[in-house]
Write a protein that binds this ligand. Structure first.
Ligand SMILES: [Fe+2]
Length: 207
């Protein structure tokens, strides 16, 4: 199973997507997933208290809003033919951690990090003690107490590069100390990725 993959040598974003990112950096917007959290009765995802190394502190909150039609068309033509979402995402540094969770809106996340949110930011992948690594329950999973977790891998994803990771493995973002900005493409079938991306994954499978 591929946990994560970094795609090198990919296309740069067109100017109109860069302009749209700048717009959302400078203007507030409503998180489009608020209704979804209510639908899944996922109370506690955004307002949870994390326990780590004897300390308690809140998790950060990410807000996402869809890119406009022109930007989504470019993503469809160049990155991924079908997706569950194509969003601008911002995470404000209200605390250092976006706590461990699985995603509810996608099996895979194809992410283009514009600003990682700090020099020491790490994407961490976890296994909850006593559970399978891959969490295929029909509901989102959240773990607030890090003592229940074993670190599987931590990685510093490069900025301005497309990276893919499996969102059904518990994951968190650590050491955030400024706004974390990314473009997020929700993918439920890797075969929808553009051929140039698929070729790279196939190469890895054959190794
Ligand atoms: Fe996530």
């Amino acid at each position: 199973m591929i946990l994560h993959h970094t795609f090198k040598d990919q296309l740069n974003l067109p100017d109109y997507i860069i302009s749209e990112i700048e717009f959302y950096k400078n203007n507030s917007f409503q998180d489009k997933n608020e209704e979804l959290y209510k639908k899944f009765n996922f109370i506690g995802y955004k307002d949870r208290i994390l326990k780590k190394n004897g300390q308690e502190y809140p998790s950060t909150k990410s807000d996402r809003t869809p890119l406009n039609g022109q930007s989504q068309a470019w993503v469809k033509a160049n990155i991924c033919k079908e997706f569950s979402e194509c969003s601008y995402s911002s995470t404000f540094p209200t605390s250092q951690s976006h706590g461990p969770h699985t995603d509810i809106t996608r099996l895979w996340l194809l992410m283009y990090i514009v600003d990682a949110g700090g020099e020491q930011v790490e994407n961490c992948f976890w296994r909850q003690k006593g559970y399978d690594f891959l969490r295929l329950e029909n509901k989102p999973v959240v773990v607030c107490d890090y003592s229940e977790l074993e670190l599987v891998e931590s990685v510093q994803f490069p900025v301005r590069t497309w990276v893919l990771f499996n969102t059904k493995v518990l994951h968190s973002v650590e050491n955030i100390n400024r706004a974390r900005i990314s473009i997020q493409i929700g993918v439920n079938d890797l075969n929808h990725l553009h051929q140039s991306f698929l070729d790279k994954i196939e190469k890895i499978k054959k190794l």
